[in-house]
Ligand binder design. Structure first.
Ligand SMILES: [Mg+2]
Length: 395
């Protein structure tokens, strides 16, 4: 008779790419390898999105103002993010994740939980899967990641944090409370800044302090939440891996430091945004069924304009033509047209791959344009409309 103790534990992987944006830049441009690369906003109010490990040695980290990063690392290479490119690489790594289990919950472009419990019979131990997954990502994408292995999401995520960079770290159920006892309470899921302050004021600084705290103390500090926090501190977490719902729309938008007041400027910006969003659309293997513009005029009036596409499509030039018509019509109807923000988004419809299956062959989902941009970097091929006026077509 199997006792409850024989219940097989769940096996959860938490995969986190190492310094993702910076690593993609260093992979795409070999001259950047080994150098401190800092990807983020380069404008006045920019912040760092990702710093390569070389840059982290100078004390540069994510969410730091770019100005401060420049002070700490004057020889750093500062690059604006190429989101369309990262989204494309993200789609590739998520395909690899799904080779280990369909139960994939994405947390961001470069991070996911994978419930591999049911894959053990076929693919071996969770550690073996973690190793194979790392290897596939290295071979196919030339990128490094860290994998945390545990019986729940909480521990798997803490494990990958401990294994960074380029590592695999397992936390077994019997080690759990000892291993995580030394970590600061902020690392515990649901502990935000305010909860941390309240706990620290009561002398609770590490997860171990939380484990020791009495139920009464925790209840006094946090109310009914206290008990659930104590369970988390012991490494207990029942949350299931929630498979991603299909994305419903993809878009790009930009807020301008100075309002756009000429139609020509607005069309140039529209082309750039359309290119960015359309590349993500194709990388996600979808077609656009609706094009929507988001238009904010000063001081703060936001309007939308949209049009259905029949049939749905993914071609940048056609998407731009439709978006352009919407923008020109809106522009002509304004008394004093000006834009503080412009956005373009696409409502998605059935995957291209599903259509392709009907014909028995899967065509490459990337257009020639995307393949060129993938090879030479975003901007390798851009529509002339998206170039600054002096390069662009007249009229
Ligand atoms: Mg990461």
């Amino acid at each position: 008779m199997p006792s409850p103790d024989d219940q097989p534990q769940r096996a959860i992987l938490h995969v986190d790419m190492d310094a993702f944006y910076a690593a993609v830049e260093q992979r795409d441009d070999p001259q950047l390898r080994g150098l401190p690369v800092i990807v983020g906003g380069t404008g006045r109010r920019g912040v760092v999105a990702t710093a390569s490990y070389e840059a982290r040695r100078f004390g540069v980290g994510s969410a730091m103002p770019t100005a401060q990063a420049r002070e700490r690392c004057p020889d750093g290479i500062f690059l604006p993010p190429r989101m369309a490119r990262y989204a494309e690489v993200s789609a590739q790594i998520f395909c690899i994740f799904r080779e280990f289990s369909p139960e994939v919950e994405g947390l961001s472009l470069d991070e996911a939980f994978i419930d591999v419990s049911a894959s053990r019979k076929l693919l071996g131990t969770p550690m073996a899967m973690a190793q194979a997954l790392k290897e596939k990502i290295r071979q196919r994408c030339q990128l490094a990641c860290t994998v945390g292995v545990a019986s729940n999401k909480l521990l798997a995520k803490l494990a990958s944090g401990l294994g960074k960079p380029d590592g695999i770290r397992q936390i077994t159920a019997d080690q759990a409370s000892a291993v995580i006892a030394v970590l600061p309470i902020q690392q515990l899921w649901t502990v935000g800044e305010r909860t941390a302050e309240r706990l620290q004021a009561a002398g609770i600084h590490r997860i171990g302090d939380l484990q020791q705290a009495s139920a009464t103390t925790l209840h006094r500090l946090l109310g009914p939440r206290g008990e659930s926090l104590r369970r988390l501190a012991l490494g207990l977490d029942e949350r299931p891996v929630v498979v991603d719902r299909e994305e419903k729309s993809i878009g790009a938008e930009e807020t301008f430091e100075r309002d756009l007041s000429s139609l020509d400027q607005a069309l140039t910006m529209l082309m750039r945004l359309t290119e960015k969003a359309a590349a993500r659309l194709r990388a996600s293997d979808h077609l656009a069924a609706v094009v929507q513009l988001k238009l904010r005029k000063p001081p703060f009036v936001t309007q939308t304009r949209q049009r259905q596409l029949k049939p749905p499509l993914a071609d940048t030039a056609l998407l731009y033509a439709c978006a352009r018509e919407l923008l020109e019509t809106w522009w002509a109807a304004q008394r004093r047209p000006a834009l503080r923000l412009l956005g373009v988004s696409f409502e998605l419809v059935g995957a291209q791959t599903q259509q392709a299956d009907l014909f028995g062959a899967k065509p490459t989902s990337l257009s020639l344009e995307d393949q060129i941009n993938a090879r030479f970097g975003q901007g390798g091929l851009v529509h002339a409309r998206g170039l600054p006026a002096k390069f662009g077509p007249k009229g």
